[in-house]
Design a protein around this ligand. Sequence first.
Ligand SMILES: CC(C)(COP(=O)(O)OP(=O)(O)OC[C@H]1O[C@@H](n2cnc3c(N)ncnc32)[C@H](O)[C@@H]1O)[C@@H](O)C(=O)NCCC(=O)NCCS
Ligand SMILES: Nc1ncnc2c1ncn2[C@@H]1O[C@H](COP(=O)(O)OP(=O)(O)OP(=O)(O)O)[C@@H](O)[C@H]1O
Length: 229
Amino acid sequence: MFLVGLSGGIASGKSTVVAVLRELGCAVIDADVIARQVVQPHLKAHQQIVQHFGTEILLENGEINREALGTIIFSQPEKRQLLNSITHPEIQKEMLKQILKYFVLGYRYVILDIPLLFETNRLTKFMKYTVLVYCSPRAQLSRLMQRNGLSQEEAEARIRSQLPLDEKRRFATHIIDNSGERESTRRQVLRLHSHLEDSLDFLWARLAAGTVVAGLGGLMYLLLRHFSS
Ligand SMILES: CC(C)(COP(=O)(O)OP(=O)(O)OC[C@H]1O[C@@H](n2cnc3c(N)ncnc32)[C@H](O)[C@@H]1O)[C@@H](O)C(=O)NCCC(=O)NCCS
Ligand SMILES: Nc1ncnc2c1ncn2[C@@H]1O[C@H](COP(=O)(O)OP(=O)(O)OP(=O)(O)O)[C@@H](O)[C@H]1O
């Protein structure tokens, strides 16, 4: 089995690309979804967040007020670092569990949608391919402002909290440009999917090579025995 890391920038179109990959039957693990699960009330990360950020970031039902926490962490780098240090280990543990699940289910590859993949560079060494969902800075800003109802200043602060998309380009083995129409993005995702389907993973390649070598060895042995008797 091999891993494919998929990343991008805030509002660059990761979920849009992932929706097509899921439609095609791919196994996808979404770090943003897991990030929501690991901060549910009564879990360790929830307690740590309350301890450090106070009860004012809670909703009445005890859940984290994501908007309030977002406002804090996207404007204060040290608070962002603190939140990352609480949530990231829990997110990574859960991702590992899900990877094992897909391995047991027999999937040949799993796509990991990790928004901060290129920022926390150390994860990329486990990936056979890394896909960047890119879009132009203009499109990113306007889509983010529109989707989240943010002012230009707020949206720019969120974009600045990540490595610029243009810098991420050099880390990726594949780029999907989502600056244009959705149909153009879809065509690029279909090409990526064909490429993934055609890729042999190391384990299977080794098993296949091992089977061929063992077969040839057996054949040689039989031929030698036949001609020497
Ligand atoms: C700050 C929080 C509460 C905001 O929640 P909200 O529902 O508004 O946004 P959501 O979780 O859907 O994230 C949207 C996007 O914001 C960006 N983002 C989220 N967290 C971070 C971060 N710590 N640093 C930089 N960008 C981030 C990502 O591009 C992400 O795709 C939430 O994002 C969070 O808990 N972040 C910390 C965990 C984390 O790092 N998540 C990213 C996946 S590893
Ligand atoms: N090609 C496109 N044309 C127009 N709008 C688009 C296109 N792709 C995505 N969008 C819109 O832009 C917004 C961001 O897209 P999406 O949610 O897929 O990004 P994301 O990278 O998953 O975002 P985040 O990481 O911040 O959650 C959404 O409102 C989506 O509907």
